[in-house]
Design a protein around this ligand. Structure first.
Ligand code: E4P
Length: 216
């Protein structure tokens, strides 16, 4: 499973990129709204120039024509831009349009396997099931990932599954084991993945021993 980061904050992207683990970035209108004074297109360009991988920018129109217009503008920013579209009839219509033109798409707000299958058949490069939001309403988000992965394998579908709406480290492990190709993760959760008390204790012990070595 590859790591994408789910943020529009450039400092967070720069730091996670420096760790050498990033394969892409996803943004959404709520995340962009957290960056006051930032021009959306400029920020996507900045990100795409840094990270060598898919950078999702989401449309806000609700009709297919508007989505296509916005998506064309986003795709013109950089070859790595992926047009993020909602799981609606208009979203899938726009998805088919972009797939026919060879432009990458990420169909977002997926909450069922049937939605994922429809998006894949509309030519989606990626589908984004939201596991945290499903868990929030008492459904099993990881189980949905497993079902979609199984369905895509049976039918030889090459659309990649992005496990989205990640809330904690356990979601990452569960998504990887359930067959997600990618997880898109908030910076805070990526940081948490480093943590283990035995790692800290081990470093402390090594440094203490080193400082006591003979002849020092
Ligand atoms: C996916 O691409 C979305 O940006 C995201 O993961 C939404 O997560 P949330 O439920 O934390 O808003």
């Amino acid at each position: 499973m590859k790591f994408f980061i789910d943020t529009a904050n450039f400092d967070e992207i720069k730091e996670a990129h420096a760790w050498g683990i990033l394969s892409g970035v996803t943004t959404n209108p709520s995340l962009v709204a957290k960056e006051p004074g930032v021009d959306f297109h400029d920020r996507l360009r900045e990100i795409a120039n840094l990270v060598d991988g898919s950078v999702s920018g989401e449309v806000i129109s609700l009709d297919a024509e508007g989505m296509i217009r916005e998506g064309e503008e986003l795709a013109a920013i950089h070859p790595n831009i992926t047009v993020k579209l909602p799981m609606t009839p208009a979203g899938l219509q726009a998805c088919r349009h972009f797939a026919n033109k060879g432009i990458k798409t990420n169909v977002t707000l997926i909450f069922s396997a049937n939605q994922a299958l429809m998006a894949a058949r509309a030519g989606a490069t990626y589908v984004s099931p939201f596991i945290g939001r499903l868990d929030d309403i008492g459904q099993d988000g990881s189980e949905l990932i497993e079902t979609i992965a199984h369905m895509f394998t049976i039918h030889n579908i090459d659309t990649e599954i992005i496990a989205a709406s990640i809330r904690h480290p356990q979601h990452i492990q569960a998504a990887a084991l359930a067959g997600a190709h990618i997880s898109t993760t908030p910076f805070k959760v990526l940081q948490q993945l480093f943590n283990h008390p035995l790692t800290d204790k081990g470093i402390e012990g090594f440094l203490a021993d080193w400082s006591k070595r003979e002849g020092k």
